[in-house]
Design a protein around this ligand. Structure first.
Ligand code: COA
Length: 419
């Protein structure tokens, strides 16, 4: 049995959708195919066919995205990232290596094109580690009660100057303002993934049958001195229990780089009439909302894996981010899936936090699977902690700690947007 990976075009929409439907089994009437594939970059969309058959056994696409990573000495930097999505294998063809062939194809293409990172959200945690991905950020989902109190004394004056108002999300104007703010905030937020322009409008198209009783998505827009400075995308759902209003608010995305604006937005979100609770996803472990309300229990925290990262090219990826402190270490990288990475690399970071990574024949200071570098890439999941967990081997005593310090960053990365 042989699998070939073939390019798809807009004319293949229905066939692509059929594979996705078979793999994810949702109600197709809720997702008009032209709308939900409207943001696809067809040059990055592929199908798998087996034994020359015209039938598609699998599909995948990737988006031209970026992730905000640690820069030199506490700054931030944006690193291009292929955002892998719509990965589906038809149930008739599963567990015959189709996904493996699609991943090999994706890595080879990105390697060829010089894209150093691939990122994804995993449908199931067991799938992607074997292909070199690792969890690089943790997403917190908060469940706040109506009227939750946020205590941030030094931000009160600034928050009072922020005005908020809400508008329907599904409009060209709202989509452009949201997209511009999204890019601006992502650039200033560690771990944030940014959408390409082509996704800006489709992202906010209302799909009535997916609402499941919620109102159409709204944008709560924050302004300071007449300029937009942040937004929350949310939907409310009316609910009555024993004649008491128990409506819910679900916040799909909340973005601002300014804590006072976050405070103003959060106060509006917990103050809607006829509601009892607010669900906010995509937050990170250092999220101010958690600490302003009194900690994880008060904020009703649940935690999940967020962005899975894979270094496609170890040298380019380690050069693209910055570092907190100098080091000069040889890393013996284990990566059987992308053999061009599997060798000794000398990572040298100067006093200004700028790194260079070159092949070397020197003896290694550390041995580590490529997953360990993906896990630590955003400054979370430290190399020292991974050494303690038995995932990284210190060959020269103290090397794991040195690399750990160099790769660390404050604060923790945020959860990645949906893609
Ligand atoms: C997950 C999915 C893409 C896997 O495709 P597949 O063609 O069956 O995968 P492969 O045959 O190439 O499997 C490669 C390896 O991954 C393992 N694997 C694949 N899917 C797995 C899963 N869901 N859980 C655990 N292991 C899995 C296989 O057992 C195999 O292991 P091996 O290397 O030890 O032999 C496919 O089952 C699917 O479409 N599932 C539903 C949709 C989905 O979850 N998509 C992923 C979106 S992020």
């Amino acid at each position: 049995m042989t699998t070939s990976i073939v390019p798809l075009t807009a004319a293949d929409r229905q066939r692509l959708f059929a594979v996705d439907l078979a793999a994810f089994f949702f109600d197709p009437s809720a997702y008009p195919v032209d709308v939900v594939t409207g943001h696809f970059d067809w040059a990055r969309t592929f199908g798998a066919s087996r034994d020359g058959s015209n039938e598609l056994a699998g599909i995948y696409t990737s988006y031209d995205m970026a992730v905000t990573a640690p820069g030199a000495l506490g700054t931030l930097t944006s690193v291009p990232m292929a955002g892998l999505s719509w990965v589906s294998v038809h149930p008739d063809h599963r567990r015959r290596g189709v996904l493996r062939d699609m991943m090999t194809h994706h890595f080879a293409r990105m390697h060829e094109q010089g894209v150093a990172l691939s990122g994804l959200h995993a449908a199931e945690v067991q799938i992607y580690g074997r292909f070199g991905y690792a969890i690089s950020s943790v997403e917190l989902e908060l469940e706040l009660e109506r009227g939750a109190v946020f205590t941030a004394p030094s931000l009160e004056d600034a928050a009072a100057r922020v005005t908020t108002r809400f508008v329907a999300a599904d409009s060209d104007d709202a989509a452009q303002v949201v997209h511009d703010l999204h890019l601006g905030c992502a650039g200033q937020t560690l771990g944030a993934v940014s959408r390409p322009q082509r996704m800006a409008r489709p992202f906010l198209v209302d799909l009535p049958l997916t609402r499941q009783g919620q109102e159409p998505c709204q944008v709560l827009m924050a302004h300071l001195d007449g300029q937009p400075v942040g937004y929350a995308l949310f939907s409310r759902q009316a609910k009555w229990t024993n004649w008491q209003a128990k409506g819910t608010v679900t916040v799909r995305e909340l973005a601002t780089a300014d804590p006072a604006t976050l405070l103003a937005l959060a106060r509006r979100l917990v103050d809607f009439d006829l509601t009892a609770s607010v669900m906010i996803g995509g937050r990170g472990p250092d999220d101010p909302l958690v600490w302003w309300t009194g900690g994880p229990r008060a904020a009703g925290v649940k935690a999940f894996d967020s962005l899975w990262l894979r270094l496609i090219d170890v040298d380019a990826a380690l050069t693209a981010r910055g570092y907190s402190s100098p080091c000069d270490l040889v890393l013996d990288v284990v990566d059987p899936v992308c053999p061009w990475n599997q060798r000794a690399w000398r990572l040298t970071v100067d006093r200004s936090g700028v790194g260079s990574c070159l092949p070397t024949s020197r003896e290694a200071d550390l041995r580590l699977p490529v997953q360990a570098l993906g896990a630590a890439y955003l400054g979370s999941r430290s190399i020292a902690a991974q050494a303690h967990q038995g995932l990284v081997t210190d060959l020269t005593t103290g090397s794991a700690l040195l690399l750990s310090r160099a790769m660390s960053c404050d604060p923790e990365p945020v959860g990645a947007i949906e893609f």
